[in-house]
Design a protein around this ligand. Structure first.
Ligand code: SF4
Length: 410
């Protein structure tokens, strides 16, 4: 039998929670007053949702003075886990009821994750050479949204992020930007680090992470037991905690990011969601991560044939580098993802559960249009050989090692 869990409202733990909120309050009092406008970079994950709802509660309850304007920037990558996307929608409704302005921040159609891979042919991101995704689907759109908003405002803006480091943050006064580790929320550290230096934003934006010192157990406690109560705002945050594993969320320590994120080692968040009978119909989503891995294989890509001269006449560092996805690979992947979507949605209809749209009609049409127009990423024209073609090896200094055993390899 499971031991009875102690509640956060018990003695010492409640005190810790109160102290954490007090530090948050102090940081907002210290920095907030210097900025007439505040923005909150919110991804729907646990840390940024806790940040958003704590700040709204502190304002609503009169503990901090409201800024002249407050804008919530919801980063919608179109790759969010369905329960988190649904919870975000509920919270947006609650923000609207309070009269808070929301900007839904989305990459332009051609830059979205699915369209960029399947339409333009850029391989799925990885941890080594090709991490294009965070900048493209999160940071660049956020920069643009901020530029647009600042165009309407006088003065500067304080951009509030959900970066959180727990007790170590206070100890070593260092913010770690990694968002591929367990428990982190992809993008938040980048907002903290990159946005203040972006072109057109320098000097007009400062960042603040008012929950930097919160321990992860405080985040869960806030989302599940505090924010849901009328005295703290009556927010729809319990779903977020449930999506991460409810009472076991802390041990599971899932990272927040896209479904099937090719950079994460494990799909902890998705696996946890699938453990719930209500969400089990989304099991076909497990097929996304292996698909991204498969698409990086040579048989699905082109490669440069020999010495590649760059625009400035120099020789590219990595001769014969692998490049974009073939049309056959893109079409195969599109079919497979649409099949995953169809299977999930057929089950959703049967069980009266929410449907998903991994690729919506507009995105599918655009992907097919880009394939039909024979679109390749910059620097590729489609005449290159497939990457599994056996060829003489070209070294960086231009030396060529001819094939041995040519006959055998044909
Ligand atoms: S969650 Fe993964 S796929 Fe999504 S932006 Fe972050 S690193 Fe890229």
């Amino acid at each position: 039998m499971k031991a009875a869990q102690t509640s956060f409202f018990d003695g010492g733990q409640r005190l810790q929670m109160t102290e954490s909120i007090e530090l948050t309050l102090q940081s907002l009092q210290a920095y907030g007053a210097d900025h007439p406008h505040w923005g909150i970079a919110w991804s729907g994950g646990k840390d940024s949702s806790a940040t958003l709802t704590v700040i709204c509660w502190l304002i609503d309850s009169g503990r901090i003075a409201a800024p002249k304007t407050l804008t919530v920037f919801y980063a919608d990558t179109r790759q969010e886990l369905p329960p988190l996307a649904i919870a975000a929608q509920h919270i947006m409704d609650e923000l609207v009821e309070r009269g808070i302005r929301i900007e839904v921040v989305r990459a332009p159609l051609d830059k979205r994750f699915m369209v960029y891979i399947l339409g333009r042919g850029v391989p799925p991101p990885n941890n080594n050479t090709l991490r294009w995704c965070t900048r493209q689907i999160k940071i660049d759109p956020m920069e643009q949204a901020l530029r647009d908003r600042l165009g309407e405002l006088d003065g500067n803006i304080l951009m509030i992020t959900g970066v959180r480091q727990g007790e170590s943050a206070i100890r070593d006064r260092r913010i770690e930007m990694s968002c591929s580790k367990d428990g982190a929320e992809c993008g938040q550290g980048w907002y903290q680090q990159v946005l203040p230096n972006a072109a057109g934003l320098r000097g007009r934006i400062a960042t603040l992470a008012p929950l930097l010192h919160w321990r992860v157990c405080h985040v869960w406690e806030w989302l599940k037991h505090w924010a849901t109560q009328p005295e703290f705002g009556d927010w729809s945050t319990a779903t977020i905690a449930d999506a991460y594993g409810g009472d076991e969320a802390e041990e599971i320590n899932a990272r927040t990011g896209c479904i099937g994120c090719p950079l994460a080692q494990e799909e902890k968040a998705l696996e946890n969601i699938l453990r719930s009978p209500a969400w089990a119909y989304l099991a076909p989503l497990r097929g996304l991560k292996p698909l991204w891995r498969e698409l990086r294989e040579p048989q699905h890509r082109l490669k440069k044939a020999g010495i590649e001269r760059l625009k400035d006449g120099s020789i590219a560092k990595n001769p014969q580098r692998m490049g974009p996805l073939t049309f056959a690979a893109r079409t195969m992947a599109l079919d497979r993802i649409l099949e995953i979507q169809r299977t999930c949605n057929a089950a959703a209809q049967e069980q009266s559960r929410p449907m998903i749209d991994l690729i919506n009609a507009e995105e599918e049409a655009r992907i097919r249009e880009l394939i039909a127009a024979e679109t390749w990423p910059d620097g590729w024209d489609g005449d290159e050989p497939r990457a599994d073609t056996v060829m003489p090896i070209v070294y960086q200094n231009g030396a060529v090692q001819p094939l041995l055993f040519v006959e055998d390899m044909r």
